[in-house]
Design a protein around this ligand. Structure first.
Ligand SMILES: Nc1ncnc2c1ncn2[C@@H]1O[C@H](COP(=O)(O)OP(=O)(O)OP(=O)(O)O)[C@@H](O)[C@H]1O
Ligand code: SF4
Ligand SMILES: [Mg+2]
Length: 355
C-alpha cells in the first residue's frame, strides 16, 4: 500500500524557559493511505509535538524543526506559510483533545462547520449551510436544523467532539490527525466517538493518525501502531503483530500494563521509573534506565528502527512472491510481518523473557 505521510529523521527542539528541549529525536514514521495509525506512549514522549510538526503549528521563533515530512510526496517543511494554509483543513485536518477550546464560543456551531465550505470551496453562505446541515446529521447530531443555531456551551462534551469531527471531515481531507480525541469524555461517549471515527474513516477512505495513551483504543480502532518513548519511535507495525509479537521491551511492557478482565484482586502491571527529561541528548537507548534487558551496548549506542533479526526474510523473495495463503509473507521467519520495525539492541530478549 502507498504511503500518504512519510516522516524521515524528524527532530524538533523547543526553546523553553528551562532550556532547549529536544522533544522529538530523529523520528521515522510512515502512514499508509486509508488506514488508522495509532501513536502511543507515555505523557511527554513527543506525540503531540510530532503531530503539530505535520500541521506546521509550532511557533517558528521558538521551535526548530529538522528532517522531512512528506505528504503525498511533497515535503511540508519546504512549503511557504501560504501554501501550508491551503493544506490545513483541506488536505490534513486535526481533532484536538478538548473540543470546547477548539471551537469559537461566540459563533453558533453550524456556522463554524459552514465556514470550512466557504473558505476552502468558496461556496455561497446558503450552499455551505446546506452542506453543514447534512454533515450534522451524518455525525449523529439531530435535529440538525435546531442544533445548527446553537452555541458550543449548549452542547455536551461528546456532542461537541462530534461537531469538531464534522469540521475535520468537512473538506474530505486525506489525513486526519486526532490528538487524544476522547480523553475528556466518559467511557460510554468515548466508545461512541471512536465508533463514529471508524465509520467515517470507512466512508471517506481517509487516513487517521490517532494519538493516545491507551492501548485499549489501539485495539479497538487501529490498523497500525507506533510506540514512542522520549521523543523517538521504538517500534512500529501492524496492530495484530504488535499485540502478538511486540519485540521492544517498552512496547511489551505497555501492552502488559493494559488492565485485563477476569483478574480481580490482582495488582495492575506498571512500568517502574519515569520517562527521562528531554533536555539532554543521550548516546544510548533512552529506555535503558528502566529496561530489565539493558546490556552494555544499550548505554552506548542508540538503537535504530530495523526489522528484528529473528523475523527478517530475504527481501527479494518476499517482493517476488507476495503474501502466502496464510496471510503471512512467503518465507517470513515468524508471524511478524515485514514492515514491522523495532529499535532495540536485544530485540529477541523479550521473547526469551516470555519463554
Ligand atoms: N510549547 C512548549 N514549550 C515548552 N515545552 C514543550 C512545549 N510543547 C511541548 N513541550 C515539551 O515537549 C515534550 C513533548 O511534549 P508533547 O506535548 O509532544 O508530549 P505528549 O507525548 O503529547 O504528551 P501527553 O500525552 O501528555 O500529551 C515534553 O517534554 C513537553 O514538556
Ligand atoms: S535497546 Fe536495550 S535498553 Fe533499549 S529497549 Fe532494547 S534491551 Fe532495553
Ligand atoms: Mg499530547
Amino acid at each position: 500500500m502507498s504511503q500518504l505521510l512519510e516522516i524521515k529523521n524528524l527532530s524538533v527542539d523547543i526553546m523553553s524557559t528551562r532550556g532547549l528541549i529536544h522533544a522529538v529525536r530523529q523520528v521515522n514514521l510512515d502512514i499508509e493511505q486509508g488506514i488508522i495509525h495509532g501513536i502511543v506512549g507515555e505523557s511527554g514522549c513527543g506525540k503531540s509535538v510530532t503531530a503539530k510538526s505535520v500541521m506546521r503549528l509550532h511557533h517558528p521563533r521558538t521551535v526548530r524543526i529538522r528532517g522531512e515530512i512528506k505528504f503525498n510526496g511533497v515535503d511540508l517543511l519546504s512549503l511557504s506559510e501560504r501554501e501550508m494554509q491551503r493544506i490545513r483543513g483541506r488536505e490534513i485536518s486535526m481533532i484536538f483533545q478538548d473540543p470546547m477550546s477548539a471551537l469559537n464560543p461566540l459563533f453558533c456551531v453550524g456556522d463554524q462547520i459552514a465556514e470550512v465550505f466557504m473558505h476552502h470551496f468558496k461556496d455561497s453562505r446558503a450552499a455551505a449551510k446546506k452542506k453543514a446541515l447534512e454533515l450534522l446529521e451524518q455525525v449523529g447530531i439531530h435535529p440538525a436544523q435546531t442544533r445548527y443555531q446553537q452555541y458550543p456551551f449548549e452542547f455536551s462534551g461528546g456532542m461537541l467532539q462530534r461537531v469538531v469531527i464534522a469540521i475535520a471531515v468537512a473538506a474530505k481531507p486525506k489525513l486526519i490527525i486526532a490528538d487524544e480525541p476522547t480523553t475528556a469524555l466518559d467511557v460510554t461517549i468515548q466508545a461512541q466517538v471512536l465508533e463514529l471515527l471508524k465509520q467515517l474513516q470507512k466512508e471517506l477512505n481517509v487516513s487517521i493518525m490517532i494519538i493516545t495513551h491507551n492501548f485499549g483504543i489501539v485495539a479497538e480502532l487501529c490498523d497500525h501502531v507506533s510506540v514512542m518513548y522520549a521523543g523517538t519511535v521504538l517500534e512500529t507495525g501492524r496492530k495484530r503483530d504488535m499485540f502478538r509479537h511486540a519485540v521492544n521491551p517498552y512496547s511489551r511492557a505497555l501492552i502488559e500494563s493494559i488492565p485485563k478482565t477476569g483478574h480481580a484482586g490482582q495488582r495492575l502491571t506498571t512500568i517502574p521509573g519515569t520517562p527521562p527529561e528531554l533536555f539532554d541528548l543521550v548516546d544510548g537507548c533512552p529506555f535503558a534506565p528502566r529496561c530489565d534487558f539493558a546490556s552494555d551496548i544499550c548505554w552506548r549506542e542508540k538503537p535504530l528502527l530495523a526489522p528484528c533479526a529473528g523475523m527478517q526474510a530475504p527481501q527479494g523473495r518476499l517482493e517476488a512472491e507476495g503474501e502466502s495463503p496464510s496471510g503471512l509473507p512467503e518465507g517470513a521467519h515468524s508471524a511478524v510481518e515485514i514492515g514491522h520495525l523495532a529499535a532495540c539492541h536485544n530485540c529477541c530478549c523479550g521473547k526469551e523473557a516470555q519463554g
